[in-house]
Design a protein around this ligand. Structure first.
Ligand code: AMP
Ligand code: TRP
Length: 333
């Protein structure tokens, strides 16, 4: 079956291994299937739900686009654009915010995490962020949305919004109900300092993550210092429970090698952490370093990046404008 793929990544600075393995690597795999039509968006409107420095935001939009291209996304196969260039997203978001219910948004765990203790001080944008995400997806009739595990709840909300719109306006199947595409084993890449915490841009310790732009030495060093436990490596996948750091390192290795977790577990069974770390660092340098070289090369020619984004936004606008217009007709405008 041909799939319509849509996904987005925020331009909020250093992309890390979690973004790459949890999202971008999938984007590239999906693009390889000729039956799929793929749209990948740098979601800069989502980024401003928290404070941004205008100059750094501009740099990050280009850097995230460069990361897409360096990882293997191709603008002649996929539509690559940034959200703020396509007004339909903001317009669609308003229309859908009148369908979404407060009670649904109140359940969103990402808002609770990001808003922290002082919810009164969070931006209104941060609260309705999932509605903008729903608009992103629904305006393109996306059938499948590749994301990390942390976005599953937002996808469920998107489905609820689509269903309620179709019911309220008596137009079943008008807004398409999208399916999440979440990798089975490697949907959550964890911090290198604490295997129970997600690898994240916002972790104050740079040692906790591999950035897509890290040098060879940084990669090797971070893996060497990664937290471990004191036992030899497990024989079976079932023995990985309760050993989050080991599970994470083996998971990263498996994902990079495109092999199942149990194959990697068997490969290192009974060995020491140092052997796993050495091999993992080798594979990481082999797979991640060329991407970082390519990003740096691309960033020297930002006009080229801007041109890709402009061309992508023209294609995206054409599709989403039509859908917004149809939504408005259903509503009665
Ligand atoms: P963000 O940077 O939060 O916009 O995330 C971009 C994409 O990367 C989303 O699909 C996330 O689910 C995914 N992602 C972010 N952090 C991780 C992680 N630690 N493990 C797996 N996927 C992640
Ligand atoms: N909210 C997503 C994240 O933080 C990014 C995002 C915005 C997205 N719009 C989307 C992902 C549409 C998939 C589809 O990771």
């Amino acid at each position: 079956m041909s799939k319509k793929i849509f996904s987005g990544v925020q331009p909020t600075g250093n992309l890390h291994l979690g973004n790459y393995l949890g999202a971008i690597k999938n984007f590239v795999d999906l693009q390889k299937d000729k039956d799929n039509s793929c749209i990948y968006c740098v979601v800069d409107l989502h980024a401003i739900t928290v404070k941004q420095d205008p100059k750094i935001l501009k740099k990050n939009i280009r850097e995230t686009t460069a990361s897409f291209l360096a990882s293997g996304l191709n603008s002649s196969k996929s539509i690559i654009f940034n959200q703020s260039k396509v007004p339909s997203h903001a317009e669609g978001s308003w229309l859908l915010s009148c369908v979404a219910r407060m009670g649904w948004l109140n359940r969103m765990t990402q808002f609770k995490e990001k808003a922290g203790h002082d919810k009164e001080k969070a931006s209104v944008g941060l609260y309705i962020y999932p509605v903008l995400m729903a608009a992103d997806i629904l305006l393109y009739d996306a059938t499948h949305v590749p994301v990390g595990e942390d976005q599953k709840q937002h996808l469920e909300l998107t489905r609820d919004i689509a269903q309620k719109f179709n019911t309220d306006f008596n137009c079943s199947d008008f807004l398409k109900i999208p399916e999440p595409l979440i990798q089975k084993d490697f949907s959550r890449i964890m911090s290198l300092r604490d295997g129970t915490k997600k690898m994240s841009k916002s972790d104050p310790s740079d040692q906790s993550r591999i950035n897509i732009t890290d040098t060879k030495d940084q990669i090797v060093n971070k893996i060497r210092k990664a937290k471990t436990d004191s036992k030899p490596l497990s024989e079976n996948v079932s023995d990985l429970e309760g050993r989050p750091e080991l599970k994470n390192l083996l998971g990263i290795f498996s994902s990079l090698q495109n092999q199942d977790l149990d194959v990697s577990t068997k490969e290192f069974a009974g060995k020491n952490f140092s052997e796993l770390k050495e091999k993992l660092a080798e594979v990481l340098v082999e797979k991640i370093h060329p991407i970082s070289n390519e990003i740096n090369k691309l960033l020297k020619d930002y006009k080229y990046i801007d041109k890709i984004l402009l061309e992508g936004s023209i294609k995206a606008e054409k599709i989403s404008k039509k859908k917004v217009s149809e939504i408005k007709t259903k509503i009665g405008f």
